[in-house]
Write a protein that binds this ligand. Structure first.
Ligand SMILES: Nc1nc2c(ncn2[C@@H]2O[C@H](COP(=O)(O)OP(=O)(O)OP(=O)(O)O)[C@@H](O)[C@H]2O)c(=O)[nH]1
Ligand SMILES: [Mg+2]
Length: 215
């Protein structure tokens, strides 16, 4: 009998969003992960998405990665994709202290949009090959990740150092959360509120339609 194989349709898709300040290397890290390549010029992203299959702990996964804009002029869609992401990678550059400080702002933004503390998250400190330009220590990165309660990795997209681990770890975090149950109580409340709002909106639409028909 032929061996049963997973078709792409049977793959579990993991929606991953990568966030961080402009120029920290979000696109470079993502491109290294999906295509093992690196470009040394900065082409500011508006929004790109990539798909990559992987077998993680024996289970096949399709990582659907949204590479977002760090430049403020391109961030209009931010709330929208924060609502759909199942897991987030926050990236800063060890050569840019401001990007490190902004990592906390990205975390707050996720919590504000999702109304939850328990969203699968990984923190990465990129550009560690630029040793002489380093402004943020490993210790500071670890402390921030402890504060976030999330895994932490130091990466170099340029040298392809520690590129796969953050993505694999994030999938594990998503799986762990799924195994614990379908979402926290505040998330459930949020989705209930959304459906309640949807029902109220439908009732109003019906009443207005009737009144219009009567006039
Ligand atoms: N030396 C070194 N340079 C890097 C590394 N990662 C990215 N870069 C460089 O940093 C610059 C910005 O990288 P991008 O990946 O475009 O940064 P980004 O975060 O996607 O920027 P936006 O799309 O504008 O938000 C580019 O010139 C990259 O070549 C790294 O690990 N080491
Ligand atoms: Mg980019």
């Amino acid at each position: 009998m032929p061996e049963k194989r997973n078709t792409p349709h049977e793959l579990r898709v993991y929606k991953i969003v990568i966030l961080g300040d402009g120029g920290v290397g979000k696109s470079a890290v993502t491109l290294q992960f999906v295509s093992h390549s690196f470009t040394d010029y900065h082409d500011p992203t508006i929004e790109d998405s990539y798909q990559q299959q992987a077998v993680i702990d024996g289970d096949a996964a399709l990582l659907d990665i949204l590479d977002t804009a760090g430049q403020v002029e391109f961030t209009a869609m931010r709330d929208q994709y924060m609502r759909c992401g199942e897991g987030f990678i926050i990236c800063y550059s060890v050569t840019d202290r401001h990007s490190f400080q902004e990592a906390s702002e990205y975390r707050k933004l996720i919590q504000r949009v999702r109304l939850s503390e328990d969203i699968p998250l990984v923190l990465i400190a990129n550009k560690i090959d630029l040793v002489l330009a380093r402004k943020v220590t490993t210790e500071e990165g670890k402390n921030l990740a402890n504060q976030f309660g999330c895994p932490f990795f130091e990466t170099s997209a340029c040298e392809r150092h520690c590129i796969d681990e953050p993505f694999y770890t994030l999938v594990r975090e998503i799986r762990r959360k799924e195994a614990q149950g379908s979402g926290t109580s505040s998330e459930k409340l949020h989705s209930r509120r959304r459906s309640r709002w949807w029902r109220i909106r439908s009732i109003f639409a019906l009443v207005f339609r009737r009144r219009r028909n009567l006039n």
